[in-house]
Design a protein around this ligand. Structure first.
Ligand SMILES: [Zn+2]
Length: 753
């Protein structure tokens, strides 16, 4: 046990020096390697070892390094049990063949065996040291293990377990910049002037009224780093934008102080501040401590709670005080005895603690494995939990506050023999997020839309007349669900099985749709609809039929083209993954010319539609506007890459005579809407006068056969069946031929160029 509750000792406040870098005492000459390893401490990097006491000697095979532990701030009056953190740098390693270091960490204040970690990248990342198996001698209070450094490495950082440094926290903070779910605030400054940073997480698009407030702080004890990683994991999950996290943040405001004692972290202290104060003991009633790290936390808590006369609008209803403990097998909570007023807390609060512990165990493979929890009597009423009880829970002005200490571990996890990693600690934090939702009764389960095989069910009949909220929806069952309402759902929509059919222009306008393998998204006949996002590369199929879909955001051109290619195949559009059109495929089978077109609006949105060749603007009419679009792109016969809206109707990447030939062959120019009652390639009404398609065909062929510059009045018969030639063999000047097409054919008074 190492944490506050097991430690009755109040730290001394005598100011001591801040431990600048020092150099190890080295005995002996040439050893096993080229140079003698040098133990040093890098200021500000959470390092602590008694460098002045380090002794390095050489044996025939290894460097023997004896490194005494150093108390926080070098303060010898602190208890032995406070010597539980060491971290230092070793320079001068043998790059040619590696170095072997037989380490003895003396004056150890801990006896449990924790696999040490090293950093080979200057402190950016740490890993458990391969093959380092610590042993402990109680007779000499010494932890011993062997480190073998790899060739090519001249310097390592070595620590008792994973450090969480100021630099790591700064990098994490930077990763949150611009995240709409997070606001960073500095709520105070440490004795040495370091900012105490609080992150506030909520969904600001949802009103704060009625939101529960959760307060979390970590690293009051600076080297209890699993707590900081866990806080980071909680923040990361909440800010990650998942449907579940957004849902929780619609109901809660979560305040997290990841590093409550930044001086202690910078100085490499185990338990205290720069003035050797054990902050955990400094909350004591009447709660008037002037230690700045405490006043920062307490003052912010008071701001949120308000006064009995004017309670805060979102007072704290849950407080998690994150620590880590030595010698423990699994993370656990210090629940309190329900013995108030003798000690402990009220029965009501204890019931809330049990509810929280059960919620956490239910969500965490780490927390679930411990079957019993230590009891805490709170006899001294010293801790933050006591303050929440005394000042708030016992007042009728506030609802009871569930305030509890959580203790992480340094080594053990769900898999026997596999030491924890920082990702495991972060997972413990994201597990907390899920547990917070369960504690408050916020459902994170997705909405299910089920239709049995062979059935087609409207959304109302499926029990979902209106989809809303941030929770995800999932389509299950082999049948078809029809979404025919203007749904407000902002959670994502996954089609796991069967068909989800959109039959309303805004059925999923705020949702990102993902058809998974075995799932299909379809559109009602001729529907124009908008979805919030679309992920067409997850194995399922988007069948546009005769419809059009606009993807508001997030669909990259690369993913779009890959998805279209999957369904298009060699041009038959008979693929069943990606984005295609069964209507186009059917018409092609009957000898017609149809396809799927796409265009980018320039605002991040993409429109994809069943289309005829040449319908560059996807308005289901092939007319002068399309020709104008193709001309204005300047791509015709330019050899430059072209898109559908720039005239590349056959997906060969360029706009050339082949595309024009398809346009002509479809025979739809100025024929009116082709996607309506007469869906199909037959029975297209002919425009008055000479057949537009015929004129166009002639024009295209004119281009293809080098009849440049001649005022050809092409007639139908000349169009003939001869195949158009590749444009690269017939360059009549890039857009000249196509200009000729547009210029000579004036189908209506409104020739809008
Ligand atoms: Zn602690």
């Amino acid at each position: 046990m190492g944490c506050g509750h097991a430690e009755p000792v109040r730290g001394l406040r005598a100011a001591v020096g801040c431990g600048a870098a020092a150099v190890a005492l080295v005995l002996g000459g040439a050893g096993p390697g080229s140079a003698t390893p040098l133990i040093r401490v890098v200021a500000g990097e959470s390092m602590n070892i008694d460098t002045a006491g380090v002794v390095v000697t050489a044996s025939s095979t290894a460097w023997r390094v004896t490194a005494p532990m150093r108390p926080d701030n070098g303060n010898a009056s602190l208890p032995t049990s406070f010597r539980r953190w060491w971290h230092f740098q070793v320079d001068g390693l043998d790059a040619a063949s590696g170095s072997t270091l037989a380490m003895s960490i003396t004056k150890s204040g801990y006896s449990d065996l924790i696999t040490p970690v090293w950093s080979l990248d200057g402190g950016l990342t740490y890993q458990r040291v391969p093959g380092a198996v610590p042993t402990y001698s109680s007779a000499t209070s010494t932890q011993s293990f062997t480190v073998k450094t790899p060739p090519g490495v001249t310097s390592i950082r070595l620590a008792k377990y994973y450090p969480y440094t100021l630099g790591m926290f700064d990098r994490f903070r930077a990763s949150l910049a611009g995240n709409s779910f997070v606001r960073e605030e500095t709520i105070g400054a440490s004795v040495q002037g370091r900012g105490i940073v609080m992150h506030t997480l909520t969904d600001t698009t949802m009103p704060d009224a009625g939101k529960q407030r959760v307060w979390v702080h970590a690293a009051v004890h600076p080297s209890e780093t699993p707590a900081s990683f866990t806080a980071e994991g909680l923040i990361g999950w909440l800010a990650g934008g998942s449907d579940e996290a957004r849902t929780l943040l619609g109901h809660t405001i979560v305040n997290v102080v990841t590093m409550a004692n930044p001086d202690g972290v910078a100085l490499g202290n185990y338990r205290t501040t720069s003035t050797s104060v054990n902050l955990e003991n400094d909350w004591a009633a009447p709660y008037t401590s002037t230690v700045p790290e405490i006043t920062a936390l307490r003052g912010t808590i008071e701001r949120f709670m308000g006064t009995a006369a004017a309670p805060g609008s979102n007072p704290i209803s849950m407080l998690l005080n994150l620590h880590a403990s030595h010698g423990e097998t699994y993370p656990f909570h210090f629940v309190h005895q329900a013995s108030y007023p003798t000690s402990g807390v009220t029965a009501e609060v204890r019931a809330l603690e049990d509810r929280w512990v059960a919620a956490y165990k239910g969500r965490s493979p780490f927390g679930a494995l411990r079957t019993t929890d230590p009891q805490s009597t709170l006899a001294g009423r010293s801790y933050v939990e006591s303050m929440m009880l005394d000042r708030y829970t016992l007042s009728p002005a506030w609802d009871p506050v569930m305030a509890i200490t959580w203790e992480g571990t340094y080594q053990a996890g769900p898999t026997a023999g596999v030491p924890n990693t920082p990702d495991d600690y972060r997972r413990m934090g994201s597990d907390m997020g899920w547990a917070i939702a369960d504690y408050y009764g916020v459902s994170l389960a997705p909405v299910t839309l089920f239709a049995a095989a062979g059935t087609t069910v409207g959304q109302a009949a499926a029990g979902q007349p209106l989809l809303a909220g941030t929770l995800p929806a999932r389509k299950t069952g082999a049948g078809t669900i029809v979404l025919d309402a203007a749904n407000a759902i902002t959670g994502s929509t996954a089609i796991q099985q069967g068909t989800l059919r959109l039959a309303h222009p805004t059925a999923l306008v705020h949702s990102t749709v993902t058809p998974l393998a075995g799932g299909t998204l379809t559109l009602a006949t001729g529907l124009r609809t908008t979805v919030g996002g679309l992920k067409p590369m997850a194995g399922g199929f988007v069948d546009l039929g005769s419809g059009l879909i606009t993807v508001a955001t997030g669909l990259s051109r690369t993913d779009l083209l890959t998805s279209l290619a999957a369904a298009r195949g060699a041009g038959s559009w008979t693929g069943t993954s990606g984005i295609g059109s069964s209507t186009a495929a059917a018409e092609i089978r009957r000898g017609g010319l149809r396809s799927v077109g796409w265009l980018e609006a320039g605002d991040g949105s993409v429109t994809i539609a069943y289309a005829a060749p040449g319908d560059a603007n996807l308005d289901w009419v092939v007319d002068i506007l399309d020709v104008a679009s193709i001309i204005s792109s300047g791509r015709f016969n330019s050899g430059r890459a072209a898109t559908w809206s720039e005239g590349d109707g056959n997906y060969d990447g360029v706009t050339d005579i082949l595309d024009i030939a398809d346009l002509v062959a479809a025979d739809l120019f100025n024929a009116g809407a082709y996607n309506g009652a007469t869906v199909g390639f037959v029975a297209v009404p002919e425009p008055a006068g000479p057949g537009a398609g015929i004129v166009l065909a002639a024009a295209a062929l004119t281009a293809a056969t080098h009849l440049r510059g001649r005022s050809t009045r092409a007639r139908g018969p000349e169009a003939g069946p001869s195949a158009p030639r590749r444009a690269d063999s017939a360059p009549p000047g890039p857009s000249r031929a196509i200009r000729a097409i547009a210029g000579r054919h004036r189908p209506s008074p409104g020739n809008r160029r």
